[in-house]
Write a protein of this length. Structure first.
Lengths: 515, 483
């Protein structure tokens, strides 16, 4: 359970195990404060063991964020791809071996991430690494048997974080089921602000409306932060009109977003009955979560022995033995009467087909799990409500942890969330006393183009900003920026004196001559 | 091939070349030579062409292996082409072909010259001539990578194509950082040499010129008699040592900086390099002692300098080894093929390849005795993968092929066999002086334009280790759609 809470820590409030969170928050805080004392440089040495899907995508993101990344894997072919397309160092060998770890420079390494296929191997790697002097360790542990004993394991092995891709995916799906109109959901400011992706359909009243009119006509407590139209991503201004077929990101409190969606006819009813195809780990975690939320679940699995196991593990769920891509069979299990359909088999293609079947039969909310993001562009055009990728979720959790480590080194960035690849970022900043923006009304600020202040959090108050609001010391500010590398709040203002202009032009020059 | 990105990158390289030309301009200004204008004009041309090319906006920014190779292959030709402008514009070298030959010889750290009279040339031109050695030695594009603010991940292909040796490994996880470390080490050793040469009584200008020539293992001097002009044991000793030092894999110096002294001895290639070096000196010394030099000390001094110079493919000379006995000359010819270590600034085939070839032969022999034996070729305790081995064999074959082909073309000029063959070896191995007409006291001026073109290509082939250049001659490489 609490793996994800730890990952979500800065901005997550789940109703299930708050005590665990509190306990971990303390640990987390301790880690941060010890780092703060040392005040190291922002570039970290990160060792990744296991060059699989998660390992590769982590290496890709971390090396882009200017960390020194070293990948260890036994398989030379897997490493070849990484060494050819990423700016990282690759070492062939067994990540458990002391010699290999030392070759990778484990002593004084800031972080070791063990993401091999074996849970036990990951644990041993982290244990060895800690003994050899690695500062922090993260292990991927996915077996549900261990998942229940994690607290003890983490303490014994000295792990700083445990990631469980399937559980994280299940968590995400559970979120989406609680809030059906969302394609994706992200939380900021410890859950005070939600960032919800919604598809605009023709019957919504906001279609054809200019953004500046939305506040007066529908709701002023939410803000539309990003509009995706076809292949374009836009940071909107007040004169833009919403069109049918757009995908919009709504920023605001959960309740307000819910209200906004309700007035827009996009909420029909609460989800009560859920069908899950594929009885893997995701189904297991999801079923346990759903049971707590008071929804009913039906799991379809085509391996009879697995069905028996699930029946033992999940007494409240209905387990059905059959082929989840067989249309007749699904109909005989009255798929069309379900409120939600989750396709979570081990094969991406089956999941997509099953999800399309469900959507055709009129299921309100359809979620498909995809492991490989190879078809990302095609999937976008399919009529599936949400796509969940365990790999991406895991990567994001670890990236957030890494940024958390960086924060302790003086950065004011709290969380960062990427929309549509890397084109648009939503960043949470803390206003500190150095900022030049304090106490200036927002309409007077000359912001650089393609930047939007989406929300201000002041204590327990959440403000969707308007022209007359101003920033105060200690506020959390959520900024949406497109194609820009914003490191501090002051980067947003257009005219920040000559020095800033110089910095800006140097950066632009650097971007241009980048080979 | 992604032409737009390739040309854009080449534009950036040209802008960098304009920057690299600034020190020479400053030298020309200090000495108030008539070459100031030639540098100014060249820099202007470079900036214009470079900026025009850098303005290309590629739709797809990806660099794949073939694009990296294209950047390196074309980049070297372009850089050498524009590098010839100062020689030509200042009329120091009146024929453009000769100027191009001299420029390529500089950048590839060959040191083969078409100039008969060096000392009368303007100081700025001579400085540029030697400075090309320094930037060419470690790699012009690697230098570009080192000084650019941010470097993409795919640039490893560029470093791989430009750095000598069968495999290229990064020292640290990040490419830009690796390039900076390598250039840092390079700069430091060069600086130490300059200081030592100053204490030996050379002027600052002479010390710089000779340090550049040694560091890049190039061999251009500002004296007609090369290093021999100083008649100083001390200068000979310093340059002998530093030539040897620049022929060592730079990764070992990085290990040394990290406190790992043992790395030197553990490195098989270094042991081989040191062994071949010592044995050659010993044999040559014994051969020329009494024959040419009356004392053993003198024989050792000249043998050590010449062996060091030829083996590291530098090409400085303190004596006319063309007059030495046949045996000594043959040893030098063998050393020309052998060359220095992988990952150094030296040329030739590199010790590690020769070692690997020997090990492969040994494996084949064992296979004949025990037909069912299974074994792997090991280097430094690690098994070498089959791909690297076949790469080494392909390299060896292509090297010999280019050598034979070039000898055939150059022989059209009708010079004697030793001149023809040694001219090709000395250019393809980036050494500079050969034997007979192209010996230490001779030069390449007499060759026909065709031979000069072939020898120029030989120099680039040798410096870039065959494949990036060969790729430029492959028709499918130039097609937009590769099938």
């Amino acid at each position: 359970m609490f793996i994800d809470q730890l990952a979500y820590l800065p901005h997550f409030t789940n109703f299930v195990m708050i005590d665990v969170i509190a306990e971990n928050a303390q640990q987390f805080q301790q880690v941060l404060s010890t780092l703060e004392e040392k005040g190291r440089a922002v570039t970290m040495r990160i060792i990744i063991i296991g060059d699989g899907k998660v390992g590769f995508s982590l290496a890709e993101n971390l090396s882009k964020e200017n960390h020194d990344v070293i990948i260890i894997d036994k398989n030379a072919d897997a490493l070849r791809k990484a060494s050819e397309s990423l700016d990282v160092m690759c070492i062939k060998g067994n990540g458990v071996s002391t010699k290999i770890l030392q070759e990778a420079g484990i002593q004084g390494a800031d972080l070791l991430i063990a993401a091999t296929t074996s849970d036990e191997m990951n644990m041993v790697c982290c244990l060895t690494a800690k003994k050899l002097g690695a500062e922090h360790t993260i292990a991927r542990i996915r077996d549900p048997e261990y998942a229940n004993e994690l607290t003890g394991l983490m303490a014994d092995l000295g792990l700083d974080m445990v990631v469980n891709p399937e559980q994280a995916a299940a968590n995400e799906i559970a979120h989406l089921l609680r809030f059906p109109p969302a394609v994706k959901m992200e939380q900021f400011a410890k859950g005070k602000i939600d960032f919800v992706e919604v598809k605009v359909t023709g019957d919504m009243p906001i279609v054809g409306m200019k953004l500046k009119n939305i506040a007066s006509k529908i709701s002023s407590s939410v803000l539309i932060g990003v509009i995706i139209r076809g292949h374009d991503v836009m940071i909107p201004n007040g004169d833009m009109t919403i069109m049918a077929g757009d995908t919009i990101h709504i920023v605001g409190k959960t309740a307000n977003i819910y209200h906004f969606c309700k007035t827009n006819n996009s909420i029909t009813q609460k989800i009560k009955n859920i069908m899950i195809v594929g009885g893997g780990r995701i189904a297991y975690y999801l079923a346990t979560l759903i049971a707590d939320m008071g929804m009913k679940v039906k799991i379809i699995e085509n391996n009879y022995e697995r069905c028996n196991e699930l029946a033992e593990l999940l007494p409240h769920a209905l387990i059905i033995h059959g082929d989840g891509t067989d249309e007749d069979f699904l109909h005989s299990e009255n798929m069309s009467d379900m409120d939600a359909f989750v396709a979570a088999t081990g094969r991406d293609e089956e999941n997509l087909i099953a999800a399309l079947l469900a959507k055709n039969s009129g299921v309100q909310k359809v979620v498909a799990k995809i492991n490989r993001m190879n078809y990302a562009n095609i999937i976008k055009n399919l009529d599936i409500d949400s796509i969940v990728s365990p790999k991406t979720i895991t990567t994001n959790h670890i990236l957030r942890f890494v940024r958390g480590l960086q924060n302790a080194q003086g950065s004011t960035i709290r969380t960062l969330y990427r929309i549509l690849g890397e084109q648009v970022e939503a960043i949470e900043f803390i206003v500190n006393s150095d900022s030049k923006l304090i106490n200036i009304t927002l309409k007077k600020l000359e912001l650089t183009p393609d930047i939007l202040i989406a929300a201000i959090i002041r204590g327990n108050q959440t403000i969707i900003p308007h022209g007359n609001d101003r920033l105060q010391l200690g506020d959390s500010v959520i900024v949406i920026a497109k194609n820009r590398n914003i490191i501090s709040l002051d980067d947003m203002i257009m005219t920040g004196g000559r020095q800033l202009e110089l910095q800006d032009s140097i950066q632009k020059f650097g971007d241009r001559i980048n080979l | 091939m992604n032409f737009k990105t390739v040309f854009r990158s080449l534009g950036i390289v040209l802008i960098c070349e304009a920057v690299f030309m600034l020190p020479s301009l400053i030298v020309a200004m200090i000495y108030r030579g008539h070459d100031i204008a030639s540098f100014l004009i060249t820099i202007l041309i470079l900036l214009l062409v470079g900026l025009a090319m850098a303005r290309i906006r590629p739709s797809d920014k990806h660099l794949y292996t073939r694009d990296g190779f294209a950047i390196v292959g074309l980049g070297w030709l372009l850089i050498s082409f524009f590098g010839a402008f100062p020689f030509f514009i200042s009329q120091s070298i009146p024929s453009f072909m000769d100027a191009f030959f001299e420029s390529i010889s500089g950048f590839t750290t060959t040191g083969a010259s078409i100039l008969k009279e060096i000392e009368s040339l303007p100081k700025g031109i001579l400085f540029w001539r030697s400075f090309t050695h320094w930037i060419g030695g470690m790699g012009v594009l690697v230098l570009t990578l080192a000084i650019l603010p941010s470097v993409g991940a795919r640039t490893l292909h560029i470093m791989r194509a430009e750095s000598p040796g069968p495999t290229t490994e990064k020292l640290v996880p990040r490419m830009g950082q690796t390039a900076k470390i390598l250039y840092g080490i390079y700069f430091m050793i060069t600086a130490v040499e300059v200081v030592l040469l100053l204490t030996a009584g050379l002027s600052f200008y002479d010390a710089l010129i000779h340090a550049f020539g040694t560091a890049g293992t190039g061999g251009f001097s500002n004296k007609n008699a090369s290093v021999g002009a100083y008649h100083s044991v001390y200068v000979d000793a310093i340059i002998t040592f530093f030539m040897f030092a620049f022929g060592v894999n730079f990764a070992l110096y990085y290990q040394l900086l990290k406190g790992n002294v043992k790395a030197f001895w553990k490195d098989e290639e270094f042991r081989f390099y040191l062994g071949a070096f010592s044995v050659s000196i010993l044999l040559v010394t014994l051969n020329i002692f009494r024959n040419i030099y009356p004392t053993f000390g003198e024989a050792l001094r000249f043998a050590a300098f010449q062996v060091s110079s030829i083996m590291t493919t530098t090409g400085y000379a303190t004596t006319d080894f063309n007059l030495w006995p046949q045996f000594s000359k043959m040893i030098l010819i063998v050393l020309m093929f052998l060359g220095a270590s992988a990952g150094s600034t030296g040329g030739g085939m590199k010790g590690i390849r020769i070692l690997l070839l020997f090990k492969m032969i040994k494996k084949e022999v064992v296979k004949l005795i025990h037909p069912h034996s299974v074994s792997s070729v090991r280097m430094g305790g690690k098994a070498v993968n089959q791909e690297t081995l076949s790469g080494v064999m392909a390299f060896f074959y292509m090297y010999i092929f280019v050598f034979v082909f070039s000898v055939l073309v150059v022989s059209l000029d009708g010079y004697d066999m030793v001149t023809t063959v040694s001219a090709v070896i000395a250019t393809i191995g980036n050494i500079g002086p050969g034997l007979e007409m192209v010996g230490p006291t001779g030069n390449y001026a007499a060759f026909s334009v065709l031979s000069k073109i072939v020898l120029s290509i030989c120099m680039v082939v040798g410096r870039l280790e065959v494949f990036p250049v060969l790729l430029l001659f492959a028709p499918s490489f130039w097609k937009r759609v590769n099938i």
